[in-house]
Each structure stands twice: as C-alpha cells, then as structure tokens.
Design a protein around this ligand. Structure first.
Ligand SMILES: Nc1ncnc2c1ncn2[C@@H]1O[C@H](COP(=O)(O)OP(=O)(O)OP(=O)(O)O)[C@@H](O)[C@H]1O
Ligand SMILES: [Mg+2]
Length: 257
C-alpha cells in the first residue's frame, strides 16, 4: 500500500504546490512510483504537470462518486479544476464526508509507493479529507515571524484529525518555504520557528528565488532549470526519506546529488 502524504498550510501562497511538484520529481528520479493528487480547485498542480485543462474525469468526479480514481488519473496525476469547489459544497452535506477521499484512493493506493496530495490554502473540508486519507501531514510555512501562529494552527488541525478521524495520522514535518535568508527578518524567523518546533522543522529550508516563477512558467522542474536551487529540494527529500525510513531510496538520492 502507498504511503500517503498531505502537503498543507493554514494560508495561501506558502509554496505547497511547488513542493508537491518538486518532491514528486525528486522521488520519481530515485525510482519511487508517485501519484500526485491535486486537491485544490485552483488546479495549479495539474497545470504544473501540463494536464490538459479539459481533462475529464477529475478528482471532483471521484469525490462525487461519479468516477473511480484509477479512471481519473492522467499520467500519474489525479487532476483538479474549478468544479472541485462545487463538489466540496455537495460533499459537506453528506454522511462520511471526511472519509470520501480515503475510500476513493484505496484501489489506487495498491498501484503506487507514494501518494502526495496538494491541499487548498485553507483548513476546510478538502484538507480534512486529505488528512483522513493520509499517513503523514507535511506542513509548508513561509519563514516569517507571523508564521508561528499558522504552523501552530496547522499542527492543531492535524491533532484534531488524528483524534477524531484518523488515529494513524502523524506529522512528517514543517518545511520552511520561500525563505529569504538574506534578510535579518528571514533568518530570525527561521531561528524562532526552529526553536518553537524543534522536532518538526526540517533542517533544509527552501530558499526564495524568482527562478521558481520562471521554472513554473516554462514548465521545467527547478531541478533542471536551476540545479543550484534544486539542491534545496534534494536536501528536503533526503530528510523526508530519512523520516519515512526508506533507506534504499535514500542511497539512490545521495547518488543523484
Ligand atoms: N522557493 C520559492 N521562491 C520564490 N518563489 C516561489 C518559491 N516556491 C514557490 N514560489 C512561487 O510562489 C508562488 C506560490 O507558490 P505555490 O503555488 O507553490 O504556493 P501554494 O502554497 O501552493 O499557493 P496556494 O495556497 O495558492 O495553493 C508561485 O508563484 C510560485 O512560483
Ligand atoms: Mg497551491
């Protein structure tokens, strides 16, 4: 069965989608079979992976019970578009609404080693569905002073989901994302986040660079567009593999870097 990781944050624009996209790239390069799930009506992850805009069915149809996940996967991506906003509304009135994604991914879970879920920028029903479907939550946070509260809230939601809906859920860690370590503020934020969440925060921050916007625009992974920056994601992936206890993949990753 696949190990499932939900990538989440309490607010928008923290680099979640870029993290899912790039970790998917790294993991595939070390031979892991990855399914990337877009659970955001914005559909950014689907765009990143060049899934055609008219792809049909999508994760919305899967959550509505109108399609099987396996039939909605396009080249190892389960895409989303705006119709997901509507299915979230429909879902909210249903029994077992928090379990829907978990059930829907059960079959697909047999085909993959890792499932990465890109959550929308809120802690609503879609993110709860991701947390119920997941073994681990990976929290993305900008390295800013006010991020302390956001990480706190995200970890609380993980705890709540664990207590009430998914006892097996664990946090995988907190990635300090889009970090501007050239400024005093950025470095101080890194220090205070690391002091406050010493076990959770990954040692490898993802540095801020305009190259990410270029890489998204050109549809080229940051690993190829700017390997010097991609090194941040190789380091993060290394820590993720360590926390998952995947030793062979870790060895292959070392050979990549
Ligand atoms: N390390 C980085 N440095 C600079 N810009 C980045 C970095 N990572 C991502 N970005 C850019 O920041 C913007 C937001 O990134 P992304 O879409 O990954 O965040 P998100 O958390 O998924 O956003 P949303 O909450 O809207 O889904 C994008 O324009 C992306 O190209
Ligand atoms: Mg996103």
């Amino acid at each position: 069965m696949a190990t499932t990781v939900a990538v989440m944050s309490q607010k928008g624009g923290t680099g979640k989608t870029t993290t899912v996209r790039t970790l998917t790239d790294v993991m595939r390069r070390v031979g892991v079979d990855v399914l990337a799930v877009d659970l955001d009506p914005q559909g950014n992850l689907s765009d990143y992976f060049d899934v055609p805009a008219d792809a049909d069915p999508t994760v919305a149809d899967v959550l509505a019970g109108q399609a099987k996940a396996l039939d909605a996967i396009h080249e190892d991506v389960l895409p989303a578009n705006l119709s997901l906003a509507e299915s979230e509304l429909i879902l909210s009135g249903k029994m077992g609404r928090e379990m829907t994604l978990r059930r829907a991914l059960r079959e697909a879970g047999k085909r993959y080693q890792l499932i990465l879920i890109d959550c929308p920028p809120s802690l609503g029903l879609l993110t709860v569905n991701a947390l119920v479907a997941a073994d681990y939550a990976l929290i993305s946070s900008e390295a800013e002073y006010f991020s302390l509260q956001g990480v706190e809230q995200a970890l609380e939601v993980v705890d709540l989901a664990k207590e009430s809906l998914n006892p097996d859920l664990e946090w995988l860690g907190v990635v300090l994302n889009i970090a501007d370590l050239r400024t005093v503020h950025g470095r101080e934020a890194q220090v205070s986040l690391t002091e406050r969440f010493p076990e959770q925060v990954f040692k490898a921050p993802i540095r801020r660079s305009v190259a990410y916007a270029e890489s998204a625009e050109r549809g080229v992974s940051i690993l190829d567009h700017r390997p010097d920056l991609g090194a941040d994601y190789l380091a993060l992936a290394g820590e993720v593999l360590d926390r998952l206890g995947w030793k062979d993949e870790r060895t292959r990753l070392n050979a990549l870097g």
